[in-house]
Design a binder for this molecule. Structure first.
Ligand SMILES: Cc1ncc(COP(=O)(O)O)c(C=O)c1O
Ligand SMILES: N[C@@H](CCCC[NH3+])C(=O)O
Length: 416
């Protein structure tokens, strides 16, 4: 459920018509709904209320400071993959003690900073990373809290680019060798072994792969207990999918219930790292039709948003719903390819969409709140769009539209 709703044949976000936003702030523009973000976060937090837990929102999904601020105010933790994301969390008022640090390539300075601010846990992805962390913690005279991210070799059944839990993926430590790596971690003087971490991929639409992975992780936890390594928390990563088209992913409540049932009487705190399922359907990309260009072969609607603003269709062939802000039923629906101004044939946001369109129409690309703006670029020297957060009847500019001056500022010509 989200707060992008048609009222009197016009698409609104919370208490504001999207057409008014386009008029005041221009297009293309990302528009987020605070109430939707809160609702999606609470779906996890409420489902877990009777179990020790921490919901660590995956910052990479949408790292706008206002998004982080909204979630921090609800008590969220954060899953980060860089020192940059850590600084965002701190600036947004997030608590570093509720931060877990994931990622395969943490640099020494990033580890140092995370230790200085006291993050909750490092999700360590390799043997060699343990040594680096142990050395840096030693230099600082502290103990680094660690989980090992294990790779359970489970097929997440998602797009190959976003599947992370197979042996051939770069992520995690092979679960078969994990007991030996835990023994090493426990023997290093500046590490404090706390948990097991596992994240098998993104946009999962069934429970089975999650539960297969969980069974393997729980077998490891039991095995470690016999080995004398006590695991205090289980971090099951993110990955729960959303409805872009006709997918029917499990709801967070169902997912959490299935996990808790599997835990049995093990005393394990649960950490989750949802990103997409909190942010995706809390945002749209608002765009306007510039030209209708019909050829013998295709009908192109050239819109003012492009692959540089939202790369998911070009990168993964992802399907995003594209809906009219003010539908007009002229009875002339036909199949349109919605393409941007960028000089690439791959620059499309949707293909073969049955719509009734006129030049100047506003469209909303749905489910664009996650992996939207964060993956945008300046390709073709396009200014990145603004980000707007709607809160009831208020519209806040939470990132203004970039200017050409800002884009060019870091560059310089050669000296004469
Ligand atoms: C380690 C880790 N945690 C959490 C997430 C968030 O995943 P999602 O947005 O699918 O919930 C990701 C991205 O896939 C990730 O790599
Ligand atoms: N960027 C991807 C998801 C990657 C998840 C990050 N580990 C997407 O848009 O679907």
């Amino acid at each position: 459920m989200d707060y992008f709703i048609y009222k009197n044949d016009e698409l609104w976000v919370e208490d504001v018509p999207l057409a008014r936003i386009a008029k005041q702030h221009g297009t293309p523009a990302y528009v987020y709904s605070r109430a939707t973000l809160e609702r999606h976060y609470r779906a996890y937090d409420n489902a877990l209320q009777n179990h020790p837990h921490l919901v660590c929102y995956a910052v990479k999904a949408n790292s706008n400071l206002a998004v982080l601020d909204v979630l921090a105010r609800l008590g969220a933790g954060f899953d980060i993959v860089s020192a940059g994301e850590l600084e965002r969390v701190i600036r947004a008022g997030g608590n570093p003690a509720k931060v877990v640090f994931s990622g395969v390539g943490k640099q020494p300075w990033e580890m140092r900073r995370a230790l200085e601010v006291g993050v909750r846990c490092f999700n360590v992805e390799s043997d060699i990373e343990l040594d680096r962390l142990n050395a840096i913690a030693g230099e600082l005279g502290v103990k680094a809290p660690v989980s090992l991210r294990v790779n359970p070799d489970v097929d997440a059944g998602t797009h190959p680019y976003i599947s992370t839990g197979l042996k051939e993926n770069k992520f995690g430590i092979d679960i078969e060798v994990a007991p030996a790596v835990y023994a090493r971690a426990a023997s290093l003087p500046n590490l404090d072994v706390r948990g097991v971490d596992c994240h098998i991929g993104s946009q999962l639409t069934t429970l089975a792969p999650f539960l297969d992975a969980l069974d393997r992780v729980l077998a490891l936890v039991d095995n470690l207990a016999e080995q004398g390594v006590e695991i205090k928390h289980l971090d099951l990563g993110g990955g729960l999918g959303v409805t872009y088209n006709d997918e029917t992913p499990p709801q967070p409540g169902e997912y959490v219930e299935a996990i808790l049932a599997r835990l049995g009487d093990r005393k394990l705190e649960l950490i989750l790292e949802p990103g997409r399922s909190i942010a995706a359907n809390a945002g749209v990309l608002l765009t306007r039709v510039e030209f209708l260009k019909c050829t013998e072969h295709r009908n192109f609607a050239i819109i003012d948003a492009a692959m540089n603003d939202l790369i998911r269709p070009a990168l993964y062939g992802a399907w995003q719903a594209i809906v009219p802000v003010a539908p007009h039923n002229k009875g002339d629906e036909k199949a349109w390819d919605l393409v941007g101004p960028v000089c690439e044939t791959g620059d499309f946001l949707g293909k073969d969409r049955q719509l009734s369109l006129s030049a100047g129409d506003l469209l909303a690309v749905r489910s664009a709140g996650a992996y939207g703006f964060v993956m945008s670029s300046n390709y073709n020297t396009r200014n990145r769009p603004p980000e707007l957060m709607v809160d009831g009847d208020q519209v806040h500019v939470v990132r203004r539209r970039e200017t050409l001056e800002e884009q060019l500022a870091p560059e310089s010509s050669l000296p004469l």
